[in-house]
Design a protein around this ligand. Structure first.
Ligand code: PGA
Length: 250
């Protein structure tokens, strides 16, 4: 049985005060979450606050991005060793906003996956198609290409050291969730594609769904056979909504 994981992607939201209130709310309710692992991914500058507030709780934390470089003259970048310094467990790589707004291509995302893994961080690899791609019938081809870039660089076994998040771009922040059947279909495709190369890795790897998952629709998504949790944007900014999703995960 794969453990479920619910990770909050706070994106570029919050302040020291709002994050304290959000974490207080999550900490108060975390005992009502039975078996799912709960993670939050704040903006970098709040990692120290988050670490201080979550230490000794079951909630873990991660970052939203990292540099492919180890250190040096890379103004504005954050290295994997810095994330280790703040005891991050996870780091999101290849989020569609990074891909579309900051020009991260499959090769760069694969190298971020590799750098995170080498540092002992668990990369959450985001994949997913745009609306045009879905309507053009190339969803599987796009997701396969994004996945294969990591497999080509790191080998299929490396996927077991991370987490995959299927996030259809048309569902992110739009309120348009993929139906449980649409999501399950792609999750199953991803698992099958991995299984063709390594059945044990396919069985082990957690595949999260992301894209307008909320307190109302989480349960039906999270009960699909190949959906092992959620990567939650908007709904992770309200502790009650986030906890409802976490409880729905088990
Ligand atoms: P959303 O974002 O839940 O606000 O759609 C999900 C994500 O981008 O990870």
């Amino acid at each position: 049985m794969r453990q479920k994981l619910v990770a909050g992607n706070w994106k570029m939201n919050g302040s020291r005060a709002s994050i304290k209130a959000l974490l207080d709310g999550i900490k108060q309710g975390i005992a009502t979450v039975e078996s799912a692992e709960v993670a939050v991914c704040p903006p970098y500058v709040y990692l120290a606050d988050v670490e201080a507030q979550l230490q000794g709780t079951p909630v873990v934390w991660g970052a939203q991005n990292l540099s492919t470089e180890a250190s040096g003259a890379f103004t504005g970048e954050i290295a994997s060793s810095m994330l280790q310094d703040f005891h991050c467990k996870y780091v999101i790589v290849g989020h569609s906003e990074r891909r579309s707004l900051y020009g991260e291509d499959d090769a760069m995302v694969a190298s971020k996956f590799a750098v995170a893994r080498a540092a002992g961080l668990k990369p959450i690899l985001c994949v997913g198609e745009s609306l045009d791609e879905r309507e053009g019938g190339v969803t599987e081809a796009v997701v396969a290409r994004q996945l294969d870039a990591v497999i080509a660089l790191e080998g299929v076994a490396a996927l077991a050291d991370g987490v995959i998040a299927y996030e259809p771009v048309w569902a992110i922040g739009t309120g348009k969730t993929a139906s449980p059947e649409q999501a399950q279909e792609v999750h199953q495709f991803i698992r099958q594609r991995i299984a063709e190369q390594d059945a044990a890795v396919a069985e082990k790897v957690q595949i999260l769904y992301g894209g307008s998952m909320n307190a109302a629709n989480a349960a039906e998504l999270l009960t699909q056979a190949d959906i092992d949790g959620g990567l939650i944007g908007g709904a992770s900014l309200k502790s009650e909504d986030f906890l409802t999703i976490c409880r729905a995960a088990g």
